[in-house]
Design a binder for this molecule. Sequence first.
Ligand code: NAP
Length: 282
Amino acid sequence: MNLIDGKKIAAELKNKLKVEVDGIKKKFKKVPGLTVILIGDLAPSQIYVKNKEKSAKEVGLNSEVIRYANDVDENTILKKINDLNEDKSVSGILVQLPLPKHINKKKVIESISPSKDVDGFHPMNVGNLSSGYESSVPCTPLGCYLLLKKIEPNLSGKKAVIIGRSNLNGKPMAQLLLKENCTVTITHSKTKNLKSECLLADIIIAAVGIPQLVKGDWVKKDSIIIDVGINKIDKGIVGDVDFDQVSKRAKALTPVPGGVGPMTIACLIKNTIDCFKRINSN
Ligand code: NAP
């Protein structure tokens, strides 16, 4: 079984991005900038933002985190986003989710300029992705896609089963795989007989949030399994795939932690650089 080392592949990607940023600095005499808005003090959000800031600095981006208390009003956030949209030194804007209940997530996402939407959540980017046009792509599915391409450069004709249909993971993942000419099945909580769907798959992307849902006898021999899940259980962090069982049958499998997670952050950096390039090519 090939253990897909997301940590190593993400480090390689970040090294390439660093070289690209050095080139941009020389060519444009500018540095791409990522601004993150963080509201409240949720511990996981604090950790994610810290890691994003660290990676941005490692590759040489300008990076700023703007922090607000949990009770900040929605207009303050919308006004700040508007200012950042206008700010030429900012290439990418990310509002860390989840937001406090009194702030409208849809309004916030739609207020970010699509050209600076490094999360790829703006409806314009979602539409462009599903139309097969150039767009920002949500970082986690983009990371999964790059891991898959590393293992299997030619995905054409493969049968892919995606578990989960969230806007964050399952749906954009399906678009990326369709573009690669995979035959894609998207499954969800109302899917009947998930196991038999999975048994048909050459590729499984598990993005559910149920610890170790995918068992060894759910997967075809020699399939490729990407585990997006991050679930805290008594013995630590596990994915949506039963690693011990599935590793005995799969051709390749991502570990949790150390699989998709590091790629998500590397892809955020990639998206920021891509936004800079798109803005500066006009
Ligand atoms: P989400 O928004 O809660 O969506 C979960 C999806 O799973 C939904 O579409 C749901 O179906 C489906 N589902 C639930 N129970 C199911 C079942 N028994 N069988 C089949 N499908 C089922 O979750 P998410 O935001 O996509 O995140 C999924 C997991 O990925 C979580 O563990 C999260 O922590 C992790 N994650 C990891 C990263 C990373 O960087 N590695 C990034 C983001 C998220 P319905 O639509 O019918 O409800």
